[in-house]
Write a protein that binds this ligand. Structure first.
Ligand code: ADP
Ligand code: MG
Length: 585
């Protein structure tokens, strides 16, 4: 008996639509890209309820000829390519001719368009069924309104996240398109409230400033590189602006925002040695390459691309960016931190001095998240520095010393151990913060005047949503405008200078989440980020008492071998091993 059936057209349409239209942001992407392809200089986006209820995009582009209007909702109908060869030289953002068809299959769409010298017309489609064309007076350009997204695909509708999350996706997306097309005026409103209005500008640096603040934009290192096969411009952030992931590297290939491991890798690699390992630089890369050298047809949303000669692209970017950074930061002043050595010492002294003043009874009970047991097979208590003297006391008889301002080496009963000072201190702080959080909340310190921080619209939404999480660790931070935050109070363990970086780390993590997570789990992440930011850094010279405080608290807390990020904290060397290695045994 035959079992293969051709699917009914409507069902086939819905399935195909799923490829292109995943969420409201996908609709916005397709509509705005169409407006850009039509040569618009002004694009206005209105949303209701995170785009679920309504998305409308109005442009002043060339419009659609009334003769073409009956075709716009037909699958595989496009004005952008005609034959196979064109596919290898696409200069437009769209070319598959399936976006409007897909959108119309899963919503109610209304499109009004007019071209120069012709009166306008309107056409509607709902659930894949197109209505009649009707004349309608309209300015040159196109307006597409999409209502009730997924009204006929309840399963997909169920997968939509909170409105603020969907709105966050949309603002990110529009931000990326706006950076690729700085000359275009963009406006975005949500529920009749303006989210942003960006006047067109000649300079992409200014557009970057519209999103990330003038200060960062001013400090960006600007490089241009030209060769026959490819050219690029890169705006590189100063090295103190590092992030926990590559999400703050904005990469555009032929004015298309992409996430490309190769290009992120080239940028990150170029900063190697200038920033802490495990951190990522902030950068904006605009690459122009012969369309024949890159395949954009490998991903439904064209977010990923494939280069024909990827190693060449990688090497060119890496070496050009690296050369510029080396010019900017000559090797001799290669340090991990700002300020002179003495200033840094003074800062750290104060930080560590604070801990002495707040000296606590050692807590051996397990913290919020971990068992407090020492690492199996390794001595934690006895061999670890004997009880320390008063603050400022000289080092105990048992030797501890700092190597290369980065490692602490200690004699133990069984041999010696060597710790990474940052990792060890981070681990200590993580333990202490966890214990405090379990008892109540951690100490907070009010700032005399609020510290302002430039962020994106999405960050502001994230802060509104997760205020409680921050207040548990002693951060009082509130939105202070569409793109800025005001920090009113900070955790006692953290310096004011480190606080924005800490908030940035947490925002990055929260915004990366793809699903809801329990509050406690998020709190644990916050504690880890806080410990990391509050800990002394590699490359910082420490005084005897400072070293002693870290080591003693590590011993009190029976710190395990790994820091919260999973890197090792301490390596152990036994006398037996030393004797063997020296041929004594
Ligand atoms: P594609 O962009 O891949 O060609 P779409 O389904 O997005 O496919 O659009 C189909 C066609 O409708 C486009 O090729 C274009 O001719 C026309 N079109 C869509 N939106 C606009 C717009 N805003 N302005 C002018 N023409 C448009
Ligand atoms: Mg399109």
């Amino acid at each position: 008996m035959s079992r293969i059936r051709r699917l009914p057209k409507q069902l086939a349409e819905k399935i195909a639509a799923g490829e292109v239209v995943e969420r409201p942001a996908s609709v916005v992407k397709e509509l705005v890209e169409n407006a850009i392809d039509a040569g618009a200089s002004r694009i206005v986006i209105d949303l209701e309820d995170g785009g679920e209820k309504m998305i409308s995009v109005t442009d002043d582009g060339e419009g659609i000829d009334p003769e073409d209007l009956p075709l716009v909702f037909e699958r595989h109908s496009t004005s952008k390519i005609r034959e196979l060869e064109d596919l290898y030289a696409v200069k437009t953002l769209g070319f598959r001719g399936e976006a409007l068809a897909s959108i119309a299959a899963v919503s109610r769409v209304e499109l009004v368009s007019a071209t120069e010298g012709q009166s306008g017309a309107r056409v509607e489609a709902s659930g894949g069924e197109r209505g009649e064309l009707k004349p309608e007076g309209a300015p040159v350009g196109t307006r597409v309104s999409v209502r009730d997204l997924f009204f006929n695909t309840p399963a997909r509708k169920k997968f939509l996240k909170k409105q603020s999350t969907e709105l966050g996706h949309i603002t990110n997306l529009v931000q990326n398109l706006a950076m690729a097309y700085p000359r275009v005026h963009f406006e975005l409103s949500h529920n009749h409230r303006k989210v942003f209005m960006l006047p067109g500008t000649e300079d992409v640096r200014e557009r970057v400033g519209q999103f990330f603040g003038g200060e960062l934009a001013r400090d960006l290192i600007d490089i241009s590189h030209d060769e026959e096969a490819m050219s690029f411009r890169a705006l590189l952030a100063p090295r103190q602006h590092t992030r926990a992931n590559t999400r703050s590297q904005f990469v555009f290939v032929n004015r298309r925002y992409v996430r490309d491991t190769l290009l992120h890798g080239a940028i990150t690699q170029a900063y190697r040695g200038f920033i802490e390992s495990g951190r990522y630089p902030v950068a904006f890369l605009f690459l122009e390459i012969d369309p024949a050298e890159v395949d954009v047809n490998v991903h439904p949303a064209k977010l990923e691309i494939r280069f024909r000669n990827s190693s060449q692209v990688y090497a060119t970017i890496l070496s050009a960016v690296r050369a510029e950074l080396e010019k900017t930061w000559p090797r001799t002043e290669l340090t991990m931190d700002e300020g002179t050595l003495d200033e840094r010492r003074a800062r750290i002294k104060q930080k560590i001095g604070d801990f002495f003043l707040r000296s606590e009874k050692p807590t051996r009970q397990s913290s919020l998240w971990e068992s407090g047991a020492g690492a199996p097979g390794h001595p934690s208590g006895p061999g670890f520095l004997p009880g320390g003297g008063p603050p400022g006391a000289i080092l105990p008889v048992r030797g501890v010393m700092q190597l290369h301002n980065t490692f602490l080496i200690e004699e133990t009963d069984e041999g010696f151990r060597i710790s990474d000072q940052h990792a060890l201190h981070e681990r200590v702080l993580f333990h202490e913060i966890g214990t405090k959080l379990r008892q109540s909340s951690i100490g907070s310190q009010q700032l005399l005047s609020p510290q302002m921080m430039a962020v994106t619209e999405q960050d502001v939404l994230t802060i509104e949503e997760h205020g409680e999480l921050f207040s548990r660790v002693g951060v009082d931070v509130k939105p202070a405008g569409p793109r800025s935050l005001a920090i009113h109070a900070i955790p006692q363990v953290l310096s004011p200078e480190e606080t924005p970086a800490f908030i940035r780390d947490v925002l990055d993590r929260l915004e990366e989440e793809t699903e809801e997570r329990p509050f406690d789990e998020r709190l644990r992440d916050l504690a880890a980020a806080l410990a990391c930011r509050a800990a002394v850094k590699a490359g910082q010279a420490l005084s005897g008492p400072e070293i002693e405080s870290i080591v003693k608290r590590a011993s009190d807390a029976r710190i395990q071998e790994t820091c919260p990020h999973g890197r090792p904290t301490t390596l152990y060397f036994s006398l037996g091993e030393l004797e063997r290695r020296f041929g004594r045994k």
